[in-house]
Design a protein around this ligand. Structure first.
Ligand code: PHB
Length: 387
């Protein structure tokens, strides 16, 4: 089997890359180790920066997002039983975000790829990658084959084979763990607020998000290693109520919890993002903690950068943009790492936090609440850094 670009991993990064290449007349093959249902149900943050929504539209994949996605002009920060709204358009010259779940982005891209694009193989497990010769050995339907490519792009996440293909002597990993995790629930209840609410509380962080006007997505900071089954539904609602409580009578509506899971938190970057003819994109190269919802947006930035670089090589004969792929992506990646780290440490309570650190956290939040400059910094980060 031969193609121009072998794409390992059919999550949002791999699927969007296949779409961008298809629109540019460049053929590709996508190998995804899981089945279609798994990819379409995997819950991840669903906040699209304006640049991400624009890319999906330009790729002809924005129709349902424009119908069903919710434009959000701000978020609420909640601390000390008070509420403070961050107004994105007012602070950023008109920018906003779109709430449209990652599951829906994947469904739209899969449908387009199967209808119009090149091969997308589910349950096709990449076994190893030859980065020098751009070959991927994989198993599909019990048969082993080799995919011969000009370039391979690893979009297979931080546990995938692509990242591990880069020899340790060549790459460097920058990593930080956090001593807490998120317990996330999906609930059949209209969201209790029309924008996302990020709450800092002495008992820990809580987040109110949504999947649609009828479905809420809620999170609680829990200790690292927590088992979701240890939390009864009632206990979850009671704890959410405590952490979101305000002095102005705001109420959290309860509903049936339909899904429960725990997300670990870490920050991670592997440099460089290219080795020979293998390029890393999305979670294969970097992980952010979910506070601030940057993961999908970073993956989109990577694959747009790769697609542009390859198109430029085809058109001009110059590999300059392919050669600067890693450096070009990493500038943006580190800005998102910084933003996600700041949001995480601003809002979570570390188990060993001192009273001094507690007061500093509230002071940081009050600064954002009272200074246009501080609020602008948050709004620019949240709505996205330019590609
Ligand atoms: C989500 O809707 O799942 C979500 C939203 C914002 C975040 C993280 C997760 O910062």
């Amino acid at each position: 089997m031969r193609t121009t670009v072998g794409i390992v991993g059919g999550g949002p990064a791999g699927l969007l890359l296949a779409r961008l290449l298809h629109r540019a007349g460049i053929d590709s093959v996508v190998l995804e180790s899981r089945d279609r249902t798994y990819v379409e149900r995997r819950q991840r943050a669903g906040i699209l920066e304006q640049g991400t929504a624009d890319v999906l539209r330009a790729a002809g994949a924005g129709a349902r997002m424009d119908r069903e996605g919710l434009r959000h002009d701000g978020i609420e920060l909640r601390f000390e039983r008070r509420r403070h709204r961050i107004d994105f358009p007012a602070l950023t010259g008109g920018r906003a975000v779109t709430v449209y779940a990652q599951t829906e982005v994947c469904k739209d891209l899969i449908a387009l790829q199967l209808a119009e694009g090149g091969p997308l193989l589910f349950e096709a497990e990449a076994l190893d990658i030859d980065a020098e010769r751009a070959r991927v050995r994989f198993r599909h339907g019990g048969v082993e084959s080799v995919l011969e490519c000009e370039y391979v792009v690893g979009c297979d996440g931080s546990w995938g084979v692509a990242r591990r293909t880069v020899p340790a002597g060549v790459s460097r990993v920058f990593e930080r763990g956090y001593p807490f995790a998120w317990l996330g629930v999906l609930a059949d209840v209209p969201p209790s607020h029309d924008e996302l609410v990020y709450a800092r509380h002495a008992r820990g962080f809580a987040l109110l998000s949504m999947r649609s006007p009828a479905v809420s997505r809620l999170y609680l900071q829990v200790p690292e290693g927590t088992d979701a089954e240890d939390w009864a539904d009632d206990a979850i609602w009671t704890e959410l109520e405590r952490r979101f409580a305000t002095d102005d009578g705001w109420r959290l509506a309860r509903g049936t919890i339909t899904q429960k899971s725990v997300t670990p938190m870490r920050s991670f970057v592997q440099e460089p993002m290219r080795h020979q003819r293998l390029f890393l994109a999305g979670d294969a190269a970097h992980i952010v903690p979910p506070t601030g919802a940057k993961g999908l947006n970073l993956a989109v930035g990577d694959v747009v950068t790769f697609a542009r670089a390859l198109v430029s090589e085809r058109e001009t004969g110059s590999p300059a943009l392919l050669n600067s792929y890693s450096a070009d992506c990493l500038r943006r990646v580190w800005q998102a790492e910084r933003f996600s780290y700041d949001m995480t440490t601003l809002l979570h309570r570390a188990p060993d936090a001192t009273a001094f650190e507690d007061r500093l956290q509230v002071a940081r939040l009050e600064r954002i609440g009272s200074s246009r400059a501080a609020a602008t910094d948050l709004a620019e980060g949240y709505t996205g850094f330019p590609w």
